[in-house]
Write a protein that binds this ligand. Structure first.
Ligand code: SAM
Length: 281
């Protein structure tokens, strides 16, 4: 039995249609209205499960306007489900303004647990999962993208990105250029689909996989990386501290060369660290 005047956040499959829960089907069947990112796209899923509930579009370009309309309907006592094209709504998908407004208006919001590329990829990655950061999609502009990647490498824990097939090779090339060599990567592709693949290793392993076959660049990707902090990777704390002191006074190359000589440590590692320390927050 559904609650009246309640918004249900309903995750839908990210590839395998059987990954929808019995409860999700029940909710989609019983709500008064389904707000869908793309009603035509979702009609395939709803048709497959013979769900004939009325749908209305709610996407990035009309969310503001739809929020007002749907809030009114919730206040009138309707039960509404929010779905996106695939996976969990609001996770790199529309719905934030709607849910935020529901909360501000004291309306009830219930989220169903379910498919999400982020948690699916992470749980099978073999990377540490005790702490992680999800970055969503990387910025398109090169400098902003480099900054995000450096931030991820400095985090010292697992970082997760969504990436489009047309950008994955360039992104990995940028990782090779900008990130420390000891960074460990896992690329999860086509989760829950026929050609599901995990590629794990250093940056050269991933680039070799992508260039081995044109088919390898097609599909949907989750990129994960884990870079031990340089301290954890063996740099003495005093060397890092001296580098931090020198950076305001010297260009990164000279500062890292001086510290490397003094402590007899790897110059390249220090140079990479100095670049990331110079990156604005
Ligand atoms: N809300 C979705 C979720 O819960 O995962 C994500 C939506 S976002 C617009 C789409 C991105 O998620 C894709 O570009 C890809 O990075 C990732 N993704 C979605 N389905 C995937 C799958 N089956 N395998 C790998 N990545 C997937």
């Amino acid at each position: 039995m559904l609650q009246t005047g309640c918004l249900y956040i309903v995750p839908t499959p990210i590839g395998n249609l059987s990954d929808i829960s019995a409860r999700a089907l029940e909710v989609l069947q019983q709500v008064d209205l389904i707000a869908a990112e793309d009603t035509r796209h979702s009609s395939r899923l709803l048709g497959h499960y013979q769900i004939s509930t009325r749908t209305i579009s709610m996407h990035a370009h009309n969310e503001h306007q739809r929020t007002g309309l749907l809030i009114e309907k919730l206040k009138q006592g309707m039960a509404i489900a929010l779905i996106s094209d695939a996976g969990t709504p609001l996770i790199s998908d529309p719905g934030y303004e709607f849910v935020n407004t529901c909360r501000a208006e004291g309306l009830n919001v219930i989220a169903l647990p379910g498919p999400c590329a982020l948690t699916t990829a992470l749980s099978a990655s073999g990377l540490p999962t005790d702490t992680f950061t999800f970055f969503g999609f990387l910025p398109v502009k090169q400098q902003a993208k480099t900054e995000q990647l450096l931030k991820a490498a400095q985090a010292g824990h697992t970082c997760v990105f969504y990436e489009a097939p047309r950008r994955i090779t360039d992104t990995l090339k940028l990782c090779k250029e900008a990130l420390p060599e000891h960074t460990h990567y896992v690329l999860a592709k086509e989760l829950s689909k026929t050609f599901e693949t995990y590629v794990s290793g250093n940056i050269d392993t991933l680039l070799a996989y992508l260039s081995a076959d044109p088919g390898h660049v097609k599909g949907e990707f989750v990129l994960m990386l884990h870079c031990k902090t340089l301290q954890a990777a063996g740099l003495p704390e005093s060397a890092i501290s001296l580098l931090k002191d020198l950076l305001p006074l010297l260009p990164p190359k000279q500062a890292s060369a001086a510290v490397a000589k003094h402590y007899a440590v790897n110059k390249k590692q220090l140079y990479e660290l100095s670049l990331s320390l110079k990156t604005p927050e």
